[in-house]
Design a protein around this ligand. Structure first.
Ligand code: FBP
Length: 630
């Protein structure tokens, strides 16, 4: 494989670890708090997770650990969509295992959970691991979206784990994959097997977070990658002054990515699906409000702008949600009739008769090219694939229609030329930012300590992320603590609750305060490309979302694990039916000023600059520790 200069340089990077994880392994004690509760449906979940429900939160502190030298056999799975930093989770886990005992083994299952079901794996060894340190992607072993759900899938997973004599399986995934991890942990105990299951919080979407998980990995790098390009587009828009850019941003349901990119780039418009749902805004109201901004800017002579549209928007607009749900039902019940129809016109005529009046009208009002997308690409369950709908085009074409009406009425005199973009896959495999490289390595190392400590049904947790890495707090959160019961495919299922954008949270409030000014004036900020080498302010900043949501803990605040556990369990138990609040009083976000380069002393720059490319580092972990000790 031909290596780029950056790839060669990144092999030399020694990820930063929380100070506790750089200590001698035998001195890392696992401290337990009080029993925990699920965020809702405690009785049902207790019944479903007889062995793993209600375990305590754990944190690592100075003390004695007699288990870390054990020889262990561990399997690792990358599950779901790619997220920058996955390779470093594996590297942290690998280095921890080998440091504990060089005879320990790590096996990577190919292609996601199906690798475990089918027994397809590879043993990860030094040279293989070194080729992937600090790189983006999940290509080390591949990923997949198969779920270990059916009795057959569970039975074959158990048979493979038994045959491989696995002490533990580490599942790197989002809310769904970690729900599966919780179930698997329970199944292993019920079957009398000793195989432990530990999860790691992954997803660029940023929707796997709560009181104890400050962010999922990959969100930082993905948002910075999209923000770089949005900033470039803003500058292009402001240079040519002739286009409106409509940018759809990945993130499936939640609008965390859109919100973070808006905070980083200050566009004219950023729609937040959660707000649209809360205000029950119709598609027409959304497009009217955008047309209004376009007209106001045109009055100032600015016939250009940038609008960010979250991927999941249509599912949050009430009439579209109803339409999608009816379409899914119809296709399930009358699939044969529908499949006999040839061509869009015939399908539209059939739908006009079979949908309710309200949904038929919604469907008829859609631009034909977009309406056709609702009927074309369906998932394996026959559902509309919302992520494939070109929402950015839907919104801009409806805005264009509205502007034409306004022109006729004499309320708009500008020019409107729209360009469209979709940013998603571009950011999922970027070289992890220093933040994600450090965070992921720490999550992997933490997963090793949890495995060595004999824990199961836990999610690896590294907190205090707005503080320097040495002050990060490592430990584990019981998976059942994050769960509730939800309706899935017609029945109630235990699931980890998704964290959507909170309208009373600091990030949304910070955005809502300034968006009217950003809409009409041109206040763009240009974050530029992710920097890996240079001063702290340029290379080691977390996301604006994290800076707004979390301020660094006071020294020792995370220490008494017992108090922490009690505190975390309380609000969850009290507010049984409300999402657990992620946001804590925030630090005043130090948003970098738009066009001013950060001044760094020469010494800082020199110290952080990459050394001339050397051959691949053999023991990045050893270096990491040495560096952290300094
Ligand atoms: P995960 O939830 O598995 O992390 O995936 C997130 C995501 O990147 C979404 O933002 C996006 O909608 C989806 O994956 C795309 O899925 P696919 O890679 O299967 O096209």
């Amino acid at each position: 494989m031909k290596l780029s200069a950056l790839q060669t340089a990144r092999y030399q990077y020694a990820p930063k670890l929380p100070a506790i994880l750089t200590a001698k392994l035998e001195t890392i004690a696992i401290e337990s708090g009080k029993p925990t509760q699920s965020i809702a449906n405690q009785a049902e979940l207790k019944e479903l997770f007889k062995n793993t429900y209600g375990k305590p939160l754990v944190t690592f502190g100075k003390g004695k650990n007699k288990d870390v030298k054990k020889v262990l056999r561990v399997g690792v799975i990358l599950s779901g969509g790619q997220a920058p930093g996955g390779h470093n989770v594996i590297a942290g886990l690998y280095d921890g295992l080998k440091k504990g005992n060089p005879a320990s083994k790590l096996f990577g299952f190919f292609g996601g959970p199906s690798g475990l079901i089918e027994g397809q794996y590879v043993e990860i060894k030094d040279k293989f691991m070194d080729e992937y340190r600090n790189t983006g992607g999940f290509d080390i072993i591949g990923s997949g979206r198969t779920k270990i759900e059916t009795p057959e899938q569970i039975a074959s997973s158990m048979a493979v784990a038994k045959k491989m004599k696995l002490d533990a399986i580490v599942i790197i995934g989002g809310d769904d994959s970690n729900t599966n991890a919780a179930l698997l942990a329970e199944h292993f105990i019920t079957a009398g097997m000793g195989t432990q299951v530990i999860g790691v919080p992954k997803t660029i979407d940023g929707d796997l977070k709560n009181e104890m998980i400050e962010t999922s990995f990959g969100f930082d790098t993905a948002c910075k990658t999209y923000s770089e390009v949005i900033g470039n587009i803003e500058r292009d828009a402001n240079s040519a002054k002739k286009y409106w850019h409509f940018v759809k941003l990945m993130g499936r349901s939640a609008s965390h990515i859109g919100l973070e990119c808006a905070l980083q780039t200050q566009p004219n418009i950023c729609l937040i699906s959660e707000e649209i749902e809360e205000k029950k805004m119709t598609l027409r109201q959304i497009t009217d409000s955008i047309a209004d901004i376009v007209a106001k800017r045109a009055d100032n002579g600015d016939n250009f702008g940038v609008a960010l549209i979250p991927e999941g928007l249509v599912e949050f607009v009430p009439e579209m949600k109803a339409l999608i749900s009816e379409l899914n039902d119809l296709m399930a019940k009358k699939a044969d009739d529908f499949n006999k129809l040839s061509g869009f016109d015939a399908q539209a005529a059939w739908l006009a008769k079979n949908l309710t009046k309200a949904s038929a009208e919604t469907f008829a009002a859609l631009p034909a090219a977009i309406a056709a997308q609702f009927l074309k690409d369906r998932d394996p369950h026959g559902n509309v694939q919302v992520s494939l709908i070109e929402t950015e085009k839907l919104v801009s074409s409806m805005v264009e229609t509205k502007l034409k009406d306004m022109k006729k009425a004499g309320t708009y005199k500008g020019k409107f030329n729209a360009l469209h973009h979709f940013f998603g896959y571009e950011g999922r495999c970027a070289f992890p930012s220093n933040f994600d490289a450090d965070y992921c390595y720490s999550l992997g190392f933490t997963a090793f300590v949890l495995v060595a400590g004999g824990l199961t049904g836990y999610l690896s947790s590294v907190r205090n992320l707005t503080a320097p890495a040495k002050d990060w707090v490592a430990g584990g959160v019981p998976l059942t603590m994050m769960m509730n019961m939800e309706q899935r495919h017609g029945s109630m299922k235990p699931v980890i609750r998704k964290a959507l954008v909170e309208l009373d949270g600091k990030p949304f409030k910070a955005f809502a305060k300034v968006r009217d000014e950003w809409a009409v004036k041109t206040c763009y900020t240009f974050p530029g490309a992710i920097q890996y080498y240079g001063p702290d302010e340029v290379c080691n900043q977390p996301t604006q979302t994290l800076l707004l949501e979390r301020k660094p803990m006071k020294p020792g605040a995370a220490k008494p694990a017992k108090a922490a556990a009690a505190k975390a369990a309380k609000p969850a138990a009290a507010k049984a039916d409300k999402p657990a609040k992620a946001a804590k009083p925030a630090a005043k976000a130090a948003a970098p000023k738009a066009d001013k380069p950060v001044k760094a002393s020469k010494a800082t720059v020199k110290a952080a600059a990459p050394k001339a490319a050397k051959p691949v580092a053999k023991k990045a972990a050893a270096k990491s520790e040495a560096k952290a000790k300094k």
